[in-house]
Structures are given as C-alpha cells and as structure tokens.
Design a binder for this molecule. Structure first.
Ligand code: HEM
Length: 409
C-alpha cells in the first residue's frame, strides 16, 4: 500500500484540534484503560483462586476482589472508549481498515464483552456470602468471565497489530486474488506482545493489594493475620509477575517485524523496562514505610506512571512503523480548529469530572473506613449537590448552544 493511498483514506473533514492533542490523550487514556484491565483480570483471577479455597483469608480476599472486579469492568469499558475515539481520529485509515478486515470480530467484541460481564455478575450474585460459607456456587461462571475478557482483549490486540501492516492488507482482503469480504478472520497477532500486556495483571494487582491493605489499616481493630496474608501475597505477585512480564517483553521485542527491528534497541524499551522495574521494586524499597501515611498507595501510583511509559513505548512503535516505514504523518492532518468542542471537552473533564469524582471518592473512602452505617457530613453533601448542579448546567448549555447554532447558523 503506497503512502498516497493511505492519505486518500483520511477523513476529508480534517480534525477539530491539533493532532498532538489526540495523540497525547490517546496515550494517557490507554494507560488508564490498561490499568483498569489489569485490575479487572488480576481481581478476577484472585476471586477464582480464593473461591476455590477453604482458607478463611482467601475467602475474604475473594469476596473483596469480586467487588473490585465488578467495578473494574465498568471502568475498563469506559476508559476503553476514550483511546478508541482518539485512535480513530488520527489513525483512521489504519484503524478502520483493520476493523473492516475483521468486521465479524469487531461486532462479536460487544457480544463477548456483554457475556463476560454477565458471567461476572452472575458469579457475584450467586456468591454474596463467600466469607461466611466455605462453599462456592458456580465457579465456572468466573472461569467463563475471565476467558471471555481475555478474548475481548485478544480482539483489540489483533486490531491494534493489523493496523500496523498496510503492506499485508491486500493479501488479507483478496488472498490469491480472490476477494474475501466475510471479515471472519483475525489476520495478525503476536502472542508475546499480548502475553506481556496480560501478564502485567500480576504485578499490577500486587501493587493494588498493597493499597487495599493500607486502606484496611485505616479501620480500627482490623485482623492483623489478614493484613499479613495480603502483604505476603502482594509481594509475591509483584515480584513473580514482574519477572514473567519481563520475559514476555523481551520475547515481544525479539519478534518485532524486520522493518522495525532496530526499535528493540532504542531508548523506549530501556525506559519501559526501567519504569516497570522501579514499580516492582518500590514496595521493597519502602519496606516498613508501607504502613505509614500515604506510602501504602505509592507503589500503585508508581505502577500507573510505569503504564504511561509503556503507553508511550506502544505509541512510539506505532509511529516508527507508520511514519518511519510507511511515510504516514498524523501531524499533517488538515486542521479545522473547533474551539467550542475543544474547550467543552477539557472543561467537562475538569469541572464535571473533577467535582463528581471528588464526591464519589470521598463517599466511598469514608464509607469504607466506617464500621456500621456511614452518614455523610454537610460538607460531603454539599460536594454532591455541586456535582449535580454542574451536570445540570452542562446539559442546559449543551442544548442551548445546539439550538442556537441550529436556528441561527
Ligand atoms: C474488558 C476486557 C478488555 C481487555 C482484557 C482489553 C485489553 C486490551 C489490550 C491487551 C490492549 C492492547 C493491545 C495491543 O496493543 O496489543 C487493548 C487495547 C485497546 N483497547 Fe482494550 N481491553 C478490554 C476492553 C476494551 C473495551 C470495552 C474497549 C472499548 C470500548 C477497549 C478499547 C481498546 C482500544 C481502543 C485499544 C487500542 C488503543 C490504541 O491502539 O491506541 N478495550 N485492550
């Protein structure tokens, strides 16, 4: 596929803000997406192991982790939509072609995701008393949920890799000159790359467990035996998972396509390995400090930064492939600056996102720290009212400006 053809596939309307904004937001939101995916997969895995165990600590952990997985699946989905929007704005010739070539799987993605979420919720509904009873009902539902989530991730992986191979599109579309418009095949994947992204669930859930443990320490009379159990498990998951992920990362770099092989020895893989090692080492470096102040939350925060570095590496590999090899530059996209939508996006994020998230976090933090019934203070109530008020103002301005443009424009 020559460069001119790739440019011809672009949206003639251009983009509403400089492409670098979409690129940066794409990297950041993908890092958040994959962090939520890691928490989802890690928590689901721990739920399964705990649910099949009779040990009281494991059962308590399974009970907590199924609640975490339930929320993480919603967060992973919401935070998956964001990079989806950004990637299709600046890389539309590649993303859409990759999607159309595997259209059947793109549509199946939604069904598989719904089935996976239903299986998770079914398990949760059937096992609301895991702490009290040694019996687990229908562990198969949890196994199915994990398998279906992995399939969802694999579809996204194949789409992400296929978009990097425009030179193979014609051969996939018309193998031996015979058009295959079924969209039933996933044409390109790399198990090292996929395995690496998935294996990071182990260290990430380890770092998450340390934060969970610190959160529990805030309660009075917390079971010390359980806290020690969580700490030991978290450190094992972080270190063993870290080594496994490192091995798979090396495999990914060694199996890069010939035309971008030099990327493996560039600065980006080194930076990524350094950031991941730092995240894995942080709990060990902090030692006993993990029990003080906000230190227990620091390892997860360092992990989140490491995932942003990983997101950057992933983006640089895409850049090296699409610009370096195929001559496609997303930064020369035709720009039709739209200040209203750009400002609205950032203000919505800062004001509505900020006020509503601050309220939700405060309520869940305080409720978790309270034994018995939690009653919100007047200040917390005011935060809630402020969140609803900003949302109402947003809706009014949205329709007011829309109608004004429609009737005066
Ligand atoms: C819940 C199960 C999910 C899992 C396990 C998962 C996993 C992954 C993985 C491993 C990747 C990286 C693939 C690669 O680069 O090789 C990825 C990328 C991506 N995921 Fe997810 N994902 C899930 C759900 C979703 C959902 C529901 C959406 C959107 C609604 C989504 C949107 C994306 C997008 C857009 C990318 C690629 C972004 C880009 O190329 O810049 N994911 N996902």
């Amino acid at each position: 596929m020559d460069t001119a053809m790739l440019y011809a596939l672009r949206d003639p309307l251009g983009v509403p803000a400089h492409p670098i904004i979409f690129l940066i937001l794409g990297v950041l939101t993908w890092a958040l997406h994959i962090a939520a995916v890691h928490v989802l997969l890690g928590a689901s895995g721990l739920t399964l192991v705990g649910a099949l165990n009779k040990n009281a600590h494991w059962r308590r952990l399974a009970d907590a982790m199924v609640g975490t997985a339930k929320i993480a699946v919603s967060v992973a989905i919401v935070l998956g939509v964001a990079p989806l929007l950004f990637v299709q704005v600046i890389y539309d010739p590649f993303w859409y072609t990759s999607n159309v070539l595997s259209a059947w799987w793109v549509i199946a993605f939604i069904a598989v995701l719904i089935l996976g979420s239903l299986a998770l919720f079914a398990f949760y509904g059937l096992n609301s008393k895991m702490v009290q009873t040694p019996k687990t009902r229908c562990p198969g539902a949890m196994i199915a949920a994990i398998a279906l989530f992995l399939l969802v991730g694999f579809i996204m992986h194949a789409l992400s890799v296929q978009m990097l191979h425009p030179e193979k599109w014609m051969q996939w579309y018309a193998p031996n000159g015979v058009v295959d418009a079924s969209g039933r095949a996933l044409h390109e994947y790399n198990f090292w790359r996929f395995g690496f992204f998935i294996s990071l669930s182990l260290p990430v859930i380890g770092l998450w467990l340390l934060a969970y443990r610190r959160y529990l320490q805030g309660r009075s009379q917390e079971d010390v035996g359980y806290l020690d159990f969580v700490r030991g498990l978290a450190l094992r998951l972080t270190s063993i998972g870290g080594v496994l992920a490192l091995g798979l990362f090396v495999g990914w770099m060694l199996t890069l396509p010939n035309n971008v092989q030099s990327f493996a020895t560039s600065l980006w893989p080194m930076l990524t390995v350094a950031a991941l090692l730092l995240a894995v080492a942080t709990p060990i470096l902090l030692g006993k400090k993990l029990d003080q102040g906000i230190y227990g939350f620091v390892p997860f925060a360092v992990g989140a930064v490491a995932l942003i570095v990983l997101g950057l590496l992933r983006e640089m590999l895409r850049w090296t492939t699409l610009f370096g090899v195929h001559g496609y530059n997303p930064f020369d996209y035709k720009l039709h600056m739209d200040w209203y939508s750009t400002l609205l996006f950032f203000l919505t994020f800062a004001l509505i996102g900020g006020s509503v998230i601050a309220y939700l976090l405060t309520v869940s933090w305080k409720a978790g720290q309270t034994k018995g019934m939690y009653v919100a203070s007047p200040l917390v109530n005011r935060m809630g009212t402020l969140g609803i008020a900003t949302l109402a103002i947003w809706i009014i301005q949205y329709f007011a400006i829309g109608l004004w443009v429609a009737y005066t424009g």
